[in-house]
Design a binder for this molecule. Sequence first.
Ligand SMILES: NC(=O)c1ccc[n+]([C@@H]2O[C@H](COP(=O)([O-])OP(=O)(O)OC[C@H]3O[C@@H](n4cnc5c(N)ncnc54)[C@H](OP(=O)(O)O)[C@@H]3O)[C@@H](O)[C@H]2O)c1
Length: 183
Amino acid sequence: MTQTEPFDPRAFHAQFEIAMIVACSKNGVIGRDGDLPWHLPEDLRHFMRSTKGCPVIMGRKTFDSLDKPLPNRLNIVISRSMPDPGHEGVQIARDLDSALEQARQATAGGLDRPIWIAGGGTIYTQAMDRADLIVRTLIDLEVDGDARFPEIDHSEWALRRSEPHTADDRHASPFCFEWWERA
Ligand SMILES: NC(=O)c1ccc[n+]([C@@H]2O[C@H](COP(=O)([O-])OP(=O)(O)OC[C@H]3O[C@@H](n4cnc5c(N)ncnc54)[C@H](OP(=O)(O)O)[C@@H]3O)[C@@H](O)[C@H]2O)c1
C-alpha cells in the first residue's frame, strides 16, 4: 500500500483477524485517572467508524470509563469480578482467550471483521502478541498518566500508512493516524 493509493479503512481492516486500536501520547500514555488525558473529536470519530459492527474487547476499567456500552457493536468486557450486566450487546469474559473465542463466534455468526482490542493498558499488553494489526493515533504531546500502550517493536511491526492532522480550534494538539501491520 502506498500513501497515494485510495484507502478504504474498513476494507483494509477486514483483512485482519485481530486488531488493536489506541490513541497514545509520544511518551506512550493512554489514560489518566480512568479517563483520556485529551479531547480529540476526530479521533473519537475514527474509533467509532473503525469499530462499528465489529466485536470490541476491552478491560473492565475501560468499560467503566464509558458513559454507556458502545452502540451498534458487541462489547466484550474482560473482568474477573464483574457480574453479567444483562445488557443486550454486552458480554463478560473471564480472560483474553475466552474473550477472543466469544468474538470469533460473533464474527462467524455475521458480525464484521476484525475483532478489535480497545484497551486499556493491561489488555493491550496481554494482546500485543495476538494482534496482526495496530491502528494507533499518535498524539504530538507528552503527558503524565497511569495507563500506557506497550512500545511497538519495529523488528516485528511495519508502518503501512500514516495520515497526519494539524491542530485546529477543536484539536489542541496535532495527531497522526497510523496503521501498523505485523511484519
Ligand atoms: N487512549 C486510548 O486509546 C485508551 C483506550 C482504552 C482505555 N484507555 C484508558 O486506559 C485506562 C484504563 O486502562 P487500565 O489498564 O487501567 O485498565 P483496563 O485494562 O481497561 O482494565 C483492567 C481490568 O480488566 C480486567 N482484566 C485485565 N486482565 C484480565 C485477565 N487476564 N483476566 C480477567 N480480567 C482481567 C480486570 O478487571 P476486574 O478488576 O474487574 O477483575 C482489571 O482490573 C483508562 O484511563 C482509560 O480511559 C485509553
